[in-house]
Design a protein around this ligand. Structure first.
Ligand code: CA
Length: 431
């Protein structure tokens, strides 16, 4: 028995050991709690979270990183156990949560940048515009381009001067929550790729997005290696919530996540500040679209994917030819027009979208091909922008239901041999 057990352990290490070393969301379900780093949520009765944070900082000599005002009343800080107990006992404090690591939801084998800044060089020659397979697969909309809708890309940043994006990026409408960076510019490539799928320009060069006249708001919460923290993501959500009116932010895309679970009560039952922040931002009129994750597991074990009461969760479809019907060549992650083998699944998933070998904009004025539920989510974020262009007053759940109502059902262009994916595939041309 012992020998058999050892054999299984060795085999598991051989099969999964490589994955555990990788940081991309979905490779490792472990929550990655950050030592001595906490998120303090204040009671709603606290008038001014900045005053309260500064008072607590002076009282207990705290090292505060972020102060939250709109999506949450609260702050993040580093503190030892002794200080933690004192802060918890303060009557203004609702709850204190550990801070955790989050990562982007891309398959790392496809990331060319992966933390290395592009070498300083002239902007590459721009290729003639072509419609990426993912865009044609969900149906390029010829009449609705999502004009007037702001979409926040909560990610590694966006290449603010990319020739196929810049006209959709308003000046001084970006931010960073990452130490050592000064604005929402991209130093990884991932966020620029996501942005291109949402709103690359309909011009003569590069690619075209789902909503080529939507505006892109770059919110940098992940570092050059594609990792961040709950506290940095909440900083991004706080900025989106505070600026939703000013920049007409109606949609936010989050192609990121980590292990976690949902109480389906906006984090009030299980003291989850990320969930609470998203719910408050949603209440301010922002529809959140998130990646299901790449673990080939039930998405209910990952956040924000699991927040069924607050977000639209997106799984990845494998499509090789931009057409429905399953006649294309097989992809590295499954047959044409089936769900990608890496994609998370489950009842919290609302829609599927193309997420294998997706061609889009990349940092350094460039273009690149990436796979992951990271790439599926922005197809739906773009579709949400189209929907909101036509139905500007609708709430997030009406957006979700509206997108589902016109989506492609199983058997009508895609199949699901896995039996794990009852969710329909998003359609953009009917919006
Ligand atoms: Ca273009």
């Amino acid at each position: 028995m012992k020998k058999l057990f050892l054999f299984i352990v060795m085999l598991s290490l051989l099969l999964f050991g490589r994955g555990l070393l990788k940081t991309s969301y979905g490779q490792d379900k472990k929550p990655n709690v950050l030592p001595d780093q906490y998120i303090v949520v204040l009671k709603d009765s606290v008038d001014d979270s900045e005053n309260a944070a500064e008072d607590l900082q002076k009282k207990h000599n705290l090292s505060i990183d972020f102060i939250y005002k709109k999506a949450l009343k609260g702050f993040s800080a580093k503190m030892n156990t002794e200080k933690l107990e004192k802060v918890k006992a303060d009557p203004r404090v609702l709850f204190v949560s550990e801070d955790r690591e989050v990562t982007y939801a891309v398959k790392e084998d496809g990331v060319r940048g992966n933390g290395r800044k592009p070498k300083p060089r002239p902007t590459p020659t721009q290729p003639p515009q072509k419609v990426p397979t993912g865009i044609s697969r969900i149906g390029l909309n010829s009449t609705n381009e999502g004009v007037g809708i702001g979409v926040a890309v909560i990610d590694t940043g966006v290449d603010l001067t990319h020739p196929d994006l810049a006209a959709n990026i308003p000046l001084n409408a970006n931010t960073t929550c990452v130490t050592g960076t000064s604005n929402g510019n991209d130093d990884n490539g991932h966020g620029t790729h996501v942005a291109g799928t949402i709103a690359a320009l309909n011009n003569s060069i590069g690619v075209i997005g789902v909503a080529p006249q939507a505006k892109i708001l770059a919110v940098k919460v992940l570092n050059a290696q594609g990792s961040g923290t709950w506290s940095s993501v909440i900083c991004g959500i706080d900025w989106v919530t505070a600026n939703a009116g000013k920049f007409t932010i109606k949609v936010a895309n989050m192609s990121l996540g980590a292990g976690g679970s949902s109480d389906n009560n906006c984090g009030n039952s299980n003291s989850d500040p990320l969930h609470k922040a998203i719910c408050n931002s949603r209440n301010a009129g922002v529809t959140y679209v998130v990646a299901a994750g790449n673990s080939g597991a039930n998405a209910s074990g990952f956040v924000p994917a699991a927040y069924d009461d607050a977000v639209i969760t997106v799984s990845a479809l494998a499509d090789s030819d931009g057409q429905s019907g399953g006649v294309g060549t097989a992809t590295a992650y499954g047959s044409d027009d089936t769900f990608a083998t890496f994609s998370n699944y489950g009842t919290v998933v609302d829609l599927g979208a193309p997420g294998v070998s997706i061609f889009s904009t990349y940092y350094g004025g460039d273009y690149g091909t990436l796979s992951g539920t990271s790439m599926a989510s922005p197809h739906v974020a773009g579709a949400a922008a189209l929907y909101l262009n036509k139905n500007p007053g609708d709430t997030w759940s009406q957006v979700r239901d509206g997108l589902k109502a016109v989506a492609e059902v199983k058997g009508n262009g895609h199949t699901d041999p896995s039996g794990l994916h009852p969710e329909p595939v998003v359609r953009a041309n009917a919006l």
